[in-house]
Design a protein around this ligand. Sequence first.
Ligand code: CO
Length: 508
Amino acid sequence: MSKNPVLFNNTVLRDGHQSLAATRMNTRQMLPSLEKLDSLGFNTLETWGGATIDSCLRYLFENPFERLRTLKAETQKTPHMMLLRGQNLVQYTNYPDDVVELFVKCAAKAGIDVFRIFDALNDTRNLVTPIKAVKAAGKKSQGVVCYTTSPMHTVDKLARVALEIEEMGADSLCVKDMAGLITPPAAYELIRKIKKNSKLPVCLHSHNTAGLANAAYYAAIEAGVDQLDTSITPFANGTGQPDTLLMQALLAGHERCPNYDTKVLGDLQDYFTKVYEELHEFTSHANERIDADILRYQVPGGMMSNFRTQLKEQKMEDRLNDVMKEVMYVREAMGWIPLVTPTSQIVGTQAFLNVKMGRWKMLAQPTQDVVLGRYGRTPGSINEELLKKVIEVSKTQPIEGRPADALKPRVETLRKELEAKNLPTDDEHVVMWAMFPQQVEALYAKRDAAHGKNSDRQAATVTGAAPAVVSVPAAATSQSFAGQVVSRKKMALTVENNRYEVVVEEMQ
Ligand code: CO
């Protein structure tokens, strides 16, 4: 065993299935892996945040805080980490400081030890409140530098962002290469520069989408990186993180090689293979293989995986290339913003609209918000044609200050809204309500339907209350209509406590 082994954070319960199975692993599927995961001595287990909270509420009908408490109870030895999108929390828009503070407090109480915090634009003003809130909760913050390549993102500029974050009081740093773009020389240069300037532990987070991550990790170790993110096959590699076993094997004989139990890792791989098969509806061979196109498109793994699902739903699979090319154009026009949630979704949606309707014919609200500075400072300047169009459509001028300064406190208003809906008004529900009001309401409607009642909401637990779902095949609904289907939407319907899923088709 080496004196200074590199530490692995394990991402299988968050980024692993977010990148390779559309975030659909549920708590029941996680439970049998926990004892083994906890026994390995990982630096942290990444278990929460990112898209997991949205997915819990929207697709799995789980209370995300209940999930966290359940996971935490079974993994007492290893610190838990969550991914927090700065002032966006785990959504796509900015929240006022009081909501950010309350969210961090609830997450800390429910079991998060390390908050990995990023801002999609690397605008560090958006990290100030979350880092302070983590400190106030007595937990650790890991400040993130989002890695991307563009004329605006040189090693010097990125290293300067790391220094700013250190000065803000973060406990560690992370270079987050969400698209798997970092090459071994770039990883070496950037990590070395940050390590030279900073006293804090540094982590590298990457994705193996283009097949670069294992080599980039090796180079990062040579440059003195302290932590690396790895996952477990089959929720590893491809659009996900490098596999733990493989990464360790690759380091065999290196003085900083870690010593995670390979037998236990093998058992976990067998177990997760079964889970992966259960999730076959949400997995795709396209996400598993090495995709050098990523180097042209610079799209994060999760975004790629979602794009494929969305285009499939829209029967537009053949337009993937056009949309990806438009992503590059839109990104430059929006000031070379890094592609990471939420900007990846914003750029992705706008690129999709441009391909479908014509360039800038329809400007999504979040596109307008980025252009108007409501997310923060963009790395480069906004394309003039786009800026003019947005000012014209929105009839507003761009802002200069920290975006959250323009937002009024909302916690007490949110609590009153919950009260009016006869929903629980505790802090956890307030923060969930702030971000996912429809999903919280649907969760309770579903639970009420399952319990056949509409009262006693405060006392009951909502986890796992899933009644039978009857799916009506799309074909059955369209037979009696002539004409072309232009869009399909899945909707849920509750009739006398029975829940139905129906497909609503818009006809031309
Ligand atoms: Co990631």
